[in-house]
Write a protein that binds this ligand. Structure first.
Ligand SMILES: CC(C)(COP(=O)(O)OP(=O)(O)OC[C@H]1O[C@@H](n2cnc3c(N)ncnc32)[C@H](O)[C@@H]1OP(=O)(O)O)[C@@H](O)C(=O)NCCC(=O)NCCSC(=O)C[C@H](O)C(=O)O
Ligand SMILES: [Mg+2]
Length: 301
């Protein structure tokens, strides 16, 4: 149930296990991504692009988004922040290209979300182009719910754990203890507002073990997926954020047992010795819907 009393919607089942950033100035990476099994791709104009390359990158990524170069995967353009001289031109160009979403860095209030929405509308963005907000400052952690609930057009919160650690003066440590309060606040806000939420990046691209541990932590905390910076992170991340065979078998059993019980006039049942009520059935149905959406995306690739 969300803050406005709504149940989860079908868009919650869109797979966003692996969300890969690609520097908008790196033609090789932009090309390589066409063959990568990432669920979503962020064409980046912000941190990964040097000032001198910003305009060429904007032209390139908007052309790729407009021509549908990445098939059925969700395509997001990350524009430069609202406090930069590139932001307005980025947003106008992205609105014309009509990607699935525009990702805005360092969003810190509901007013900012409203301003971004007004700018998208003024620039003629199609309705399909949603807003994704990066939450990556201490003030955004404290205002996470007002940001998440600011507009129906805001679909996803994205953790910016590098900026957050930097502003907190925190260290990057295994287990991410310094970041847990912020991660928790944003998760609470996203779920209360009925929005998706994606975990931050793991910088040590050659450390497979550390990456697997952080994916597992993100999944256990409740994130829908993780943002990534390297192709080698895509498949392990998909694996980590997919429902396991064991979970799917149990979900199928729960739904079947509950439907049988309801048909017999009972409202509660046990599966494998454990009591099952409506909430467990809802969760089982959600897992099955996520699995079906993953299969559909894989078939469309
Ligand atoms: C992290 C990297 C700088 C590593 O680069 P490098 O060591 O050169 O990579 P490889 O040689 O292993 O690359 C192998 C091939 O893969 C392609 N590649 C590399 N990265 C990507 C990618 N992101 N997407 C698609 N393809 C990629 C290379 O071109 C090689 O291809 P080929 O030669 O054909 O085999 C580098 O991976 C990189 O630049 N990653 C992206 C960094 C980035 O986008 N950073 C900004 C986003 S993260 C952020 O902003 C965090 C947030 O805001 C916060 O605050 O936390
Ligand atoms: Mg950042």
């Amino acid at each position: 149930m969300t803050a406005d009393g709504n149940q989860a919607t079908a868009t919650d089942f869109r797979p966003r296990r692996s969300v890969l950033y690609m520097p908008g100035a790196n033609e090789r990476a932009l090309e390589k991504a066409k063959g990568l099994p990432a669920d979503a791709l962020i064409l980046d104009l912000e941190d990964a692009v040097a000032p001198a390359a910003k305009e060429a990158a904007r032209e390139r990524v908007c052309a790729l988004a407009a021509e549908g170069a990445y098939g059925h995967r969700e395509v997001i353009i990350r524009v430069n922040g609202r406090d930069t001289s590139w932001h307005a031109d980025d947003l106008r160009a992205a609105a014309k290209a009509g990607p699935d979403a525009v990702l805005v860095p360092k969003v810190s209030s509901a007013d900012e979300v409203h301003a971004i929405e007004a700018d998208l509308v003024a620039a003629g963005a199609p309705e399909r182009t949603k807003i994704w907000a990066m939450v990556e400052t201490p003030i955004a952690m404290l205002r996470a719910l007002e940001i998440a609930a600011a507009s129906p057009r805001l679909a996803v919160l994205v953790m910016g754990t590098n900026d957050l650690a930097n502003e907190l003066r925190a260290e990057h440590v295994p287990g991410r203890a310094p970041l847990l309060p912020g991660l928790g606040l944003c998760l609470l806000a996203a779920r209360a507002a009925g929005k998706a939420i994606i975990d931050g990046v793991y910088n040590d691209v050659r450390n497979a073990e550390g990456f697997a541990a952080e994916c597992q932590q993100g999944r256990e905390l409740g994130f829908d997926g993780k943002t990534l910076i390297h192709p080698g992170q895509v498949e392990p991340c998909n694996e980590a954020f997919s429902p396991s065979d064991k979970q799917l078998t149990e979900a199928t059993e729960i739904v079947r047992a509950f439907e049988e019980a309801v048909a017999e006039g009972r409202g509660v049942v046990t599966v494998n010795g454990r009591m099952i009520e409506n909430l467990h059935v809802d969760n089982a149905r959600r897992l099955l819907a996520v699995d079906a959406a993953i299969a559909e995306l894989a078939a469309a690739r």
